[in-house]
Design a protein around this ligand. Structure first.
Ligand code: GUN
Ligand code: ZN
Length: 442
């Protein structure tokens, strides 16, 4: 028989965000505790503070696991990813539309087979955990089986995830299209009823992007979202210049790309749009007013030559748009959000914006949670939050170890990790308080 209350604790350095560094500046945005104790009870954080302060409150016999040369963070959150593209990471050639036609739309056809989808979903989620990512917002494919497989795999791993069936009814191979607008609507509705709010799962209504949905499908998608408050909306916007021209041709009556989604009622809190590389000022203003979020996908934008995300515009004073960091696997090239931060820093540099390590880690933790409206559940180390935690090995390679010997403070330590680190820096991962991954010393 298991005891009713399961309590354990982690002792290490810890870093947690308390405010948005894009608003308050880096220094006021975080708390760093050089000797911290995090107490976990029944999957949630019970208390967090300095070891000296928290230890006397612990009952006798509570196990304390100590991690040296490590830093505990909230588990990373990936706000835009495609699990069915795991097998096409690093597929060579050309830009978005060719890449979709030559690789993506071929790979995704296999996901009508539940067993295949489940195998990929398991592998994918294991890779996420190994990279320190405890929550993802993922696309599935057009096939309901791909959604069942993903949510089943996430349930078995006890992960908080958001996902949904892709909706598309034009401009893709026949096997990837909804048989009709009504079939796409009905299948999505059935999946919402089956999965949304079950355990740690949330459903995202998922029109792939404007070019692959008819006007009628976008209309029915808006209606479906309205009928199911609390569900999410996810799509792509303004990723690539050729794509933007195409949207102009397909929707000549709309002001710009974002206006297409606005027209069909697809903006609002819990609407998460991938990329937003080329949004204009009017579109940024609408993103802000509507409470919609952008998933910033740096490795993908570089890989597909899409362009440079503009932090100055996204975080313009007085109308900060919610932004979460994302890998966008399989156009993205690494499961590691440390690598997303690395590339995001370089993109910001090329645009004249100095992205600090505090900005970058915020975008993958509390900032990402806010962009998914999950800030009350994940993304921070605080009493009452779900205990999804990443223990980062601060000396994961010989060169990082050497470099850390010349490091002045925590901000610099984080910067070294995000520029030089990857999934080898994952020492341990806790999902809902349970140890889900631990690095072996091989
Ligand atoms: N736009 C529409 N579909 C996709 C996709 O699968 N990946 C990326 N990067 N952009 C898209
Ligand atoms: Zn995408």
């Amino acid at each position: 028989m298991q005891p009713k209350t399961m309590t354990h604790a982690i002792r290490s350095q810890a870093l947690n965000f308390i405010a948005d560094p894009f608003i308050v500046g880096s220094d006021a945005a975080y708390e760093y505790i050089s000797d911290a104790l995090i107490v976990i009870e029944n999957g949630k954080i019970k208390s967090f503070g300095s070891y000296d302060q928290i230890k006397p409150t612990l009952s006798d016999g509570v196990e304390i696991k100590t991690y040296k040369d490590a830093l505990v963070l909230p588990g990373f959150i990936d706000t835009h990813i495609h699990y069915p593209q795991t097998q096409i990471i690093g597929a060579f050639g050309k830009q978005l539309i060719d890449w979709l036609n030559n690789y993506t739309f071929i790979a995704e056809q296999q996901f009508k087979n539940f067993d295949y989808a489940k195998t990929v979903a398991n592998f994918f989620l294991d890779q996420c955990i190994k990279a320190g990512t405890t929550t993802v917002m993922s696309y599935c494919t057009v096939h309901p089986e791909s959604v069942d497989a993903f949510f089943e795999a996430a349930t078995e791993k006890k992960m908080r995830v958001i996902a949904g069936k892709v909706l598309m009814d034009r401009n893709a191979p026949g096997d990837l299209l909804d048989q009709s607008v009504k079939v796409g609507y009905d299948q999505s509705k059935a999946l919402i009823n089956k999965w949304h709010g079950k355990g740690r799962l949330s459903y995202a209504i998922t029109p792939r992007f404007a070019p692959t949905s008819s006007h009628e499908q976008l209309e029915s998608t808006g209606a479906l979202w309205k009928e199911h408050p609390g569900t999410y909306m996810q799509s792509h916007v303004s990723e690539n210049l050729g794509e933007i021209d195409w949207v102009k041709e397909l929707f000549p009556n709309q002001k710009d790309y974002l206006d297409v989604y606005d027209h069909y009622g697809l903006l609002g809190n819990r609407a998460v749009y991938g990329h937003g590389v080329h949004l204009n000022e009017r579109e940024w203003q609408r993103m802000y007013e509507s409470g919609s979020s952008i998933a910033h996908c740096p490795t993908s934008n570089e890989f597909l030559g899409s362009g440079l995300f503009n932090f100055e515009l996204a975080k313009k004073s007085g109308r900060h748009v919610k932004v979460g960091l994302a890998t966008d696997i399989g156009a993205g090239t690494s499961f590691s959000q440390l690598q997303s931060m690395n590339e995001s820093y370089k993109i910001a540099q090329l645009g004249g914006f100095a992205l600090s390590s505090i900005h970058a880690f915020y975008l993958a933790t509390k900032g990402a949670a806010e962009s998914l409206d999950l800030q009350d559940k994940i993304g921070s180390i605080k009493a009452g939050m779900e205990a999804d935690l990443l223990v980062l090995d601060l000396k994961s390679t010989a060169s990082i170890d050497f470099r850390m010997g010349h490091c002045k403070n925590i901000e610099e330590a984080l910067f070294i990790q995000m520029i030089m680190g990857d999934d080898r820096a994952t020492r341990a991962v806790y999902v809902e308080g349970r140890l889900a991954f631990e690095k072996t010393n091989s």
